[in-house]
Design a protein around this ligand. Structure first.
Ligand SMILES: [Zn+2]
Length: 220
């Protein structure tokens, strides 16, 4: 199903009867002329009207469902839909014996004006990076009372990613890599700049630690 108000590419604009050939996410197919109208746009993709907030959140959820199944998304719009949107994770962390100990939320500030398509690779990689933080906290739980990261996350980040300015962030990037996302591109919003990834590759050792942590292993 093609989202509403989605700008499709028309490689050759071939018309056959009442149908026209268009491209959608790399797939070519025929749609009824009555279902589309020609627009003067060079950028192909979703518009702000293509997804409701709930639909946008549902796509984010589906992207990381395999890795962060217990994460809930809330997407709240600014009144004019032009500004900053917030998608936040709320995750439940458990102790090793499976008892619920704490919840935490991680905010993703998307400017949906600039990123109206939740399938865009930059959105997906940012989303996966944030899921990577949830994975970190799941494997290295924060203190249930204070939220302090004394569960070993700081130590493992320093041990394998030390020497970089933000070891825990690079660690989360390496987890995102293991989810199969492509880290590239950047975007601005009202609170600053989103960079997909912190600009560094993961060494073979870092990739291996990230893969094991993603699988739930408490690497020390
Ligand atoms: Zn981060």
């Amino acid at each position: 199903m093609i989202p509403r108000q989605y700008v499709l590419g028309a490689r050759d604009a071939a018309v056959e009867g009442s149908r026209v050939r268009v491209d959608y996410r790399g797939v070519s197919g025929w749609v009824d002329l009555g279902d589309v109208k020609q627009v003067d746009k060079t950028t192909v993709g979703a518009t702000l009207d293509s997804y409701t907030d709930q639909e946008y959140a549902a796509v984010l959820q589906s992207q990381v469902a395999a890795f962060c199944p217990d994460v809930r998304y809330d997407v709240s719009a600014s009144p004019d839909r032009a500004g900053k949107y917030n998608a936040s994770h709320s995750a439940v962390f458990s102790t090793v014996d499976g008892v619920k100990t704490a919840t935490s939320s991680i905010a993703i500030n998307f400017g949906r004006k600039d990123l109206p398509d939740p399938e865009f690779s930059l959105v997906r990689s940012i989303n996966s990076h944030e899921c990577g933080h949830v994975v970190q906290f799941r494997v290295y739980p924060p203190d249930p009372q204070t939220g302090a990261l004394n569960g070993g996350l700081g130590e493992v980040s320093e041990k394998y990613w030390g020497g970089t300015d933000k070891p825990g962030e690079h660690f989360a990037d390496c987890i995102a890599d293991q989810m199969g996302v492509s880290r590239s591109g950047e975007s601005w919003n009202t609170s600053g700049r989103w960079i997909s990834g912190y600009g560094r590759e993961c060494s073979p050792t870092q990739a291996d630690v990230a893969r094991r942590v993603l699988a739930g292993e408490r690497v020390s």
